[in-house]
Design a binder for this molecule. Sequence first.
Ligand SMILES: Cc1cc2nc3c(=O)[nH]c(=O)nc-3n(C[C@H](O)[C@H](O)[C@H](O)COP(=O)(O)OP(=O)(O)OC[C@H]3O[C@@H](n4cnc5c(N)ncnc54)[C@H](O)[C@@H]3O)c2cc1C
Length: 262
Amino acid sequence: MNQKLFELLRAKLKSPENLILDLSDKEKYFHDATDHNGTPLAIVMAETESDITETILFCKSNNINIVPRGAGTGLSGGCVPIENSVLLSTELIDYINIDPIKNRAVCGPGVITKDLVDMAANFDLTYPPDPASYDESTLAGNVAENAGGLRCKKYGVTRDYILGLKAIDQNGKIIKTGCYNNYKGFNLTDIFIGSEGTLVIIAEISVQLIDLPKIGNTILATFNNPEGCANSVFSIVRSGLIPTVMEFLDSDAAACSNEYEK
Ligand SMILES: Cc1cc2nc3c(=O)[nH]c(=O)nc-3n(C[C@H](O)[C@H](O)[C@H](O)COP(=O)(O)OP(=O)(O)OC[C@H]3O[C@@H](n4cnc5c(N)ncnc54)[C@H](O)[C@@H]3O)c2cc1C
């Protein structure tokens, strides 16, 4: 690809340095948490919605693929650059606006999930979806993967907390779904959730927050065998109680944990 051509894109971005053509020290952008990897033609670190749109329009008119990326913690290869592609990172768009009256937050796609949880806690609110990568992964990545976590039995997964999305399609058109569109028309939110970056670039996410649970008790129980433990889980769930998390440690795992703690 003619590098001079990319200068046309650079001129349209908020900051010229947001287009990266020298990829010599950018190896971390060539893969996610899997073994897959690939090299893009260029990396765009989008800072604004307009950066996303300009990148899409440039790539469309030059027949270049786009691979969106958050924090690169995915386990499905979704953000791994493919042939003839620009890697479009939305990690820099990380604003959070919390509305404590409506229990909602409006977030940039690059918000780290834990940052939202921490900020919501200041208002006695929380955002429950908790993928184990939540201190690194971005909200857009969570949406694109419909990520869940240990607390999903009680609280659900990412899909259950998305009120609406602002997304940009392959023609650079802004698509507003859910609350951004007064819930009119087809429910495109649910189509974009879990679409792994294949349909649109997510530019803004509106999420539901819930009251921060006030009381929490932890119970440690021991069993003579795994069957006894499994039966207890059945009994607890059948009784209508839904614990936030139930974690099973067999004797090997407990020994490893004890060893690690030494
Ligand atoms: C240690 C570890 C623990 C994990 N634990 C869990 C777990 O408990 N539960 C679970 O469900 N998952 C888990 N995951 C996987 C989880 O899906 C990802 O960590 C997370 O959702 C990806 O977020 P990310 O910002 O890193 O996205 P990336 O890895 O960068 O991208 C993931 C997908 O999102 C797309 N994407 C990113 N940004 C955008 C955007 N702006 N617009 C459109 N598409 C976009 C990418 O194209 C790609 O398809 C874990 C991963 C790791 C490494």
